[in-house]
Write a protein that binds this ligand. Sequence first.
Ligand SMILES: Nc1ncnc2c1ncn2[C@@H]1O[C@H](COP(=O)(O)OP(=O)(O)OP(=O)(O)O)[C@@H](O)[C@H]1O
Length: 255
Amino acid sequence: MSALFALKGVTKKYGPNTVLNDVSFEIGKGEVVGLLGDNGAGKSTLVKIMSGVVQADQGDFTWDDAPVEKMNRDITERLGVETIFQDSALVPFMTITRNIFMGREITNKLGFMKMKEMDSITAEVLDSVVTIEGIKSPKQLVASLSGGQAQAVAIARAVHFKRSLLILDEPTSALAVRATEALLNYLTHLKSDGVSSVLVTHNLHHAYQVCDRHIVMNHGRKILDVRREDTTVEELTAAVVEGAEGIRRYREGRF
Ligand SMILES: Nc1ncnc2c1ncn2[C@@H]1O[C@H](COP(=O)(O)OP(=O)(O)OP(=O)(O)O)[C@@H](O)[C@H]1O
């Protein structure tokens, strides 16, 4: 599988703390990559760097084998990286439709928004991407949604615009069971469109269900980078819970 995005030697310090230490990995085209690790392992920092929100102190990046000189939000927007952060950035006192189309509104020749068309697309997207209990209409204000529903709207927005790389930071933590299943299924469908995704999650069963490859972080270092067929949920658990020592003990049959 050819690489869409490659990170090489990424290092990041906050004051005296090295929170990412020489991290390298690739994300293949159409690949779903699980980014796993215990609290504080460095996953969110890595997500912020891949999204261009935070700059690495060191590291090289390539996109489609071409070097990316500087990672920032303008560049990642141009490359087609869409990130759903833990605290999804929606505007509460706007409708679901306005939030979905924020900055990418459909307008007529005079510049007026085509609300009917956007409402109808929103209804379709909400229905097909994530089945969300309790959302009555695209015209509903986001302020009236639960945390899980709001997150699902953010996911629907990202997937509707079919970006090249979708990064989801703990997307299922606030979702109900049915919405979670719908989202995980959707990730596997995205693959057939050639869209790559990175799923950050503490739920190793969800990760194992949908990810082609798993990267486990521990104290800022990558300790495991393994294809699904070459690992098990038990090995991933050992790596997340006990780090490199856990992997060793698992492989010796002692975990
Ligand atoms: N802006 C910041 N300033 C200082 N330290 C930070 C900052 N952001 C993150 N850190 C530190 O970097 C380390 C990695 O944090 P990060 O949020 O990337 O971990 P994580 O794997 O996403 O954890 P979690 O699963 O709890 O979200 C932690 O020790 C955290 O305290």
